[in-house]
Structure formats: C-alpha cells, structure tokens
Design a protein around this ligand. Sequence first.
Ligand code: BTN
Length: 233
Amino acid sequence: MNECKNDEIIRFEEIASTNEYAKGLRKDKKNVIIVAKRQSGGKGTKGRSFSSEEGGLYLTKLEFYTDFLAKDSFLIMLNSAVSVCKTLHHFGLKPVIKWPNDIFVNGKKICGILIENTFTGNKIANSIVGIGLNVYNELPMELTEIATSMYLETGKKFSVSEVETKLVSELKQAHTIEDYRSFLGFMNKNITLILGDERIPATLLCVEDDGRLRASIDGQERVFSSAEVSVRI
Ligand code: BTN
C-alpha cells in the first residue's frame, strides 16, 4: 500500500475503499480528503459494490461539525451533488441530478455518492462523503447500458488529477438549493418510486427546501424523504 500525506489529502495507489479508510480516521477528529487510484472493494449504496478501476476518481471527504442539526442533513447531499455537477459542467458535460444525489449524463449514471453520517443526539458529528466519478475508467459489461464516463460522453481522456482539483475546490464551497435545482433532472417525468417492497408509478414534481421529494401518485401529491424512497428511471 502506497500511502503519502500531502496537506489534507491522503493518497493511495490502491485501497479497499476510501470510505472505509475514512471511518478509521474519525477518531482523529480532523477534516481530511482521501483519494485512491483504484479500489479493490469500492462500496456503493444499499450494500452494493462500486466498480473502481484505474482511470476513475475515487474520493472521500471526512468532515467534522460542531453544530450541524440532523434535520439539515440534506445539505450534505446537496453540496456534494452540486460540486460534482459544477465539476462536470466545467469540463464541458451536461450533468443532471437524479434525486437525491446520483449524477447522470445523457440518461446514464456517471457518478455515485455514498454518504455515511455519524449522529450524536439531534446533531451530525461528522460525515463521510464518498464520490466515485467515471473519468476514463473501463466500465463492467453489465453496466454499459446504464452507466457512462466523461470519456464515453466526450471522447476526451481528461486528467483524473485535474478533475480532482476542480472537485476538491467545489467541495470547499457552500452551494445553494437554487444551484441544486438548476441541475435537477427527471422532473415532470414518469418514473417508479421504490418504497420498501412496493414499486409505485409516479411523476416527480419538485424538491422541497428541506430536500424532500414531492411526487404525484395517481393524481395525489405526496412528499418523501430520501430515507423512505428511491427513484428508478
Ligand atoms: C452509489 O452506489 O452510487 C455510490 C457509490 C459511491 C462510490 C464512492 S468511490 C469513493 C468512495 N469509496 C467507496 O467505497 N465508495 C465511495
């Protein structure tokens, strides 16, 4: 394992998972970013694995808070999703957010974000924001219909380190709900909501200021938190 510390960024040639590594650093109570060229056990949401071949950007930001109310946790999703979108936009792509924080280009997923928060009472003590962005990494065969990369979308082999520099600078900014809404995709579209074991046809209407999704189901409007439902396009 090739580890070297450079300012607040810890770099690896290969690691199992930058999110898992960040968990071991929580005891230090220090904000830090971890970047790996490859992951041998990349983690996705819902216990899935995340393909992490060389050529992608695999980055985790560990951040500590003193007074961050748990009810505002959507801000962490908002900030990471907008940071990725602004980064992709900077390199000439047209990203959209699939609520709450998947990033798509031309109908295919280009970036996944895995957020793992630690709560103390009604506050968030720290967050681990893991971002996997397909730059020019090869995608597994089974994902070619549903996933894409910056290379596949533009034909250009962008430098992973330039993409990282832009993303890190965006992650340091505070983005707004207006920024988030400006990148929001799939609104007024017929999609499927996954609610436990149920699959419900719905139309997405908007995202409320607190991050909940408003959708229309059989003509009735309902509002959902990201813990309750996921969106299948
Ligand atoms: C998803 O399922 O869409 C979320 C994928 C998140 C992947 C990133 S890559 C960097 C960080 N380390 C991990 O093991 N996972 C996240």
